[in-house]
Design a protein around this ligand. Sequence first.
Ligand code: ATP
Length: 594
Amino acid sequence: MSGNPGYAAAPKRHRRRRPSDAEEGSSFPRTRPRGAEQVREVAVSAATKIDIADVPSGIMSGNPGYAAAPKRHRRRRPRDAEEGSSFPRTRPRGAEQVREVAVVQPVATDMDVETSTNTAAGGVDGSYLSDTRFDQCAVSPLSLQGIRDAGYERLTRVQEATLPVILQGKDVLAKAKTGTGKTVAFLLPAIELLSTLPRSTSINLLVMLPTRELANQVAVEARKLLKYHSSLGVQVVIGGTRLPQEQQSIKSTPRQILVATPGRLIDHLQHTPGFSTRIRGVKVLVLDEADRLLDMGFRRDIEKIISFIPKERQTLLFSATVPAEVHQISHLAMHKDYKFINTVQEGDEETHAQVNQMYMVAALDLHFSILYGVLKKHVAEDAEYKVIIFCTTAMVTKLVAEILSQLKLNVREIHSRKTQYARTKVSDEFRRSKGLILVSSDVSARGVDYPDVSLVVQVGVPSNRQQYIHRLGRTGRKGKEGQGILLLAPWEQHFLSSVNDLSIAETVAPPVNPIIQAEVQGAIRKVDMKTKESAYQAWLGYYNSNKTISIDKSRLIKLAEEFSQSMGLEILPAIPRLILGKMGLANVPGLRSS
Ligand SMILES: Nc1ncnc2c1ncn2[C@@H]1O[C@H](COP(=O)(O)OP(=O)(O)OP(=O)(O)O)[C@@H](O)[C@H]1O
């Protein structure tokens, strides 16, 4: 697939240059002393005690001996910080730091920061693989056989950076770009630990993650590594499946590794006999997509689950995005001397250089036609196309999927309103296929590893910067090329300021000619009225929860009306009074209630 999108790139490049200086830390023995420059880095990076401890390299038989790369740092953007840190501050703050803290809340200071700087493998963005082979590592022969059968020879960079530290028994918070092997990075050392434990019916490794698709995928990866560990097994508990069936299988074949979504895990803690006793055997807890799990949506569930498992355990938090708030609340799950291992070099972007990122700004009523134009072009150019379109909500996803199906594109849809059976079926099909377009809500945004996705389109503003990065990360995995397009309405452009450090360039939308427009309008007319009404309600709910857009309610209502017109509706759909009340829109003029 060519990385060249073929759209005219507008001159404006949405990228800010950062000052570059200070040196980088390494998870392996340093070659240069750290001095004043590092202290300065502490001052500007707001937050962290950068007290880089050398990691014994004995765990690897060969010393990779990486050269420290020159470091560039970027100013952090303001974020919705949740609460202050309970960590004591150990270093005096300089003037710059105080200025930075005014923008970003203070975060954990009592941890070690490791930054992996392996550039040995080269490439535009550096390869995702390191030079270290698995057979050079202190890994059991049983695991090595599984790794070999899986076709893995060298460790990815995040695996190389985290393996020795996790094997030492440390709590680790790790950040690495999307599609670079974080799953194996936490599974392998955890399995190594489990293989040394006496046989029991307890749960020894608990992996929590935010979506069902991701849970199934992590279990598949675990089974590859466990292939020759006959005494270890993995079990998945996820919502959307029948609880009694899961209870039966938990009872009949208790496994040491449990992969779970938080809601269903709580169901088992409350309703499955003996489960809360078994979970007291947890030795390793993994929060995959840690920032998502620790945000307000899941936080209570996670706190509750953690209260059931022993404090004496090792905890691993992994994600491609680690906003400052995660450091602040990491004490919920981790020992305070945890290590932060960041394989995204300072000054490097959190997204992949080989993914061509573009954004288009166009009036809302043109979005369906533009999307159709973009897809037609992409399908014509790439016979092996594999596209994911992210929409704002489940019901908008359904709408977009139905419109595109009417336009005779080869489309599947996946979102939370589908049965788990349908979700799994579509997900499996998309993983195996080429020449397919998956229209998805954020259920596919994080972690899901579909090979060879050629294009990711995000229609409408993503919920935040992290979600933009994770969605985009469904393409460009394992060092491959990819394309990302973000389609915004003019009033959604405020989002661009949160990604202006990424290489995202404005591009001109393909022209919408009258033929395309007529085709799209014809397709929209064929879509069921119920789908359109549900999409309108969901759209309103989504943008009402967007702080920037919902500030002015009368404007929000007008924009929702624009959306309704873009679906060809002449009369605004009515929304149940109760739902309007829940949205805080009960008495807002311009809405119809039922
Ligand atoms: N050492 C390795 N060598 C080659 N391929 C690997 C290796 N480790 C993992 N992989 C493969 O790389 C792909 C991406 O891995 P994974 O899904 O764990 O990425 P990730 O970093 O967790 O991505 P995301 O941030 O999107 O969750 C998977 O197909 C996995 O099987």
